[in-house]
Design a protein around this ligand. Structure first.
Ligand SMILES: [Zn+2]
Length: 291
């Protein structure tokens, strides 16, 4: 499932490609992603509109439109946006290598195609069909935004803020960090990595973190996310950026998916895996002080 860095990678790709483009028409091959509109309403909503910006909050993609309305999308397991530039004529031949991917309009798992007035297209593909796209008219309260906590990069998120929030939670720190109402955008991979880097025991009750630990943890959450964004995310299953490139962060993973491998930090203990609320937690028992 894409986490914050993967969504940020997609958003950056969309920013570079669709801002300023006007939707001429839209083809909806599957209406399942449209969770608060039907096909005719969605078409009327989007046709003739120009994308003015693409933003991210948590793991959501927020498409802003020229009339103040917007789309809020979530990729869930396998949602993907693929941009296709105007194809060159036969004289130059189809673009290969560095050029944009060409996607036949009957390719598998295609759900929606946005046709822009300049001839370029944006494809929305989703194999598992859990991804969503919601429409919001000008002035409407974005529900997803109201229910999710701040982004780990926001200014209000300080060690003191984090400590204050954790004080009320007796649950283990790791599942607490996955709670999108606390901080938005963090998922299993980056939480495991950040806890390892900060040398915090993932099973420690959240209310027992001290100032020093909160400071280290927040710094490592940001470091891990920043690095992952720089590497265009992590390709664990089939995540691809908008130009179909794989992420490269998986090469930097220290604990996630490394069960049985020698810890890169202490060099003496093997990485363990244990389930916490149905999710695998990877950790070094020595470096993170787990009994
Ligand atoms: Zn270790």
């Amino acid at each position: 499932m894409p986490e914050l860095p993967e969504v940020e990678t997609v958003v950056r790709g969309l920013k570079q490609t669709i801002i300023g483009k006007t939707v001429e028409s839209v083809k909806i091959l599957d209406e399942k992603p449209l969770i608060n509109s039907k096909v005719p309403e969605f078409s009327r909503f989007i046709e003739g509109r120009r994308f003015t910006d693409v933003l991210r909050f948590g793991k959501y993609i927020h498409f802003l439109l020229d009339n103040g309305s917007s789309l809020v999308a979530h990729l869930r397991m396998t949602g993907k946006y693929i941009y296709q530039d105007v194809l060159l004529g036969t004289e130059a031949g189809p673009r290969t290598e560095a050029g944009p991917p060409t996607l036949p309009e009957n390719s598998a798992h295609l759900r929606i195609i946005f046709y822009f007035t300049d001839g370029s297209k944006l494809f929305y593909k989703d194999m598992r069909r859990f991804g969503t796209i919601k429409i919001y008219r000008d002035g409407a309260v974005i529900e997803e935004k109201a229910r999710t906590g701040p982004d780990p990069f926001e200014k209000i998120v300080t060690p003191a803020w984090l400590l204050e929030k954790l004080k009320k939670r007796k649950q283990a720190i790791k599942p607490v960090l996955l709670d999108q109402k606390l901080l938005s955008g963090l998922g299993n991979i980056y939480v495991c990595e950040a806890l390892f880097k900060a040398q915090v025991n993932p099973f420690l009750p959240a209310d027992r973190l001290d100032e020093n630990m909160a400071e280290k943890l927040l710094a490592e959450i940001r470091n891990v996310l920043r690095l992952a964004i720089k590497k265009n995310g992590t390709t664990i299953s089939d995540f691809r950026s908008i130009d179909e490139k794989s992420g490269e962060f998986q090469a930097m993973l220290q604990v996630y998916g490394k069960e049985g491998e020698i810890c890169r930090k202490c060099g003496s203990v093997t990485i363990s895996r244990r389930k916490q609320e149905q999710r695998s937690t990877y950790y070094c028992s020595y470096c993170q002080g787990v009994d």
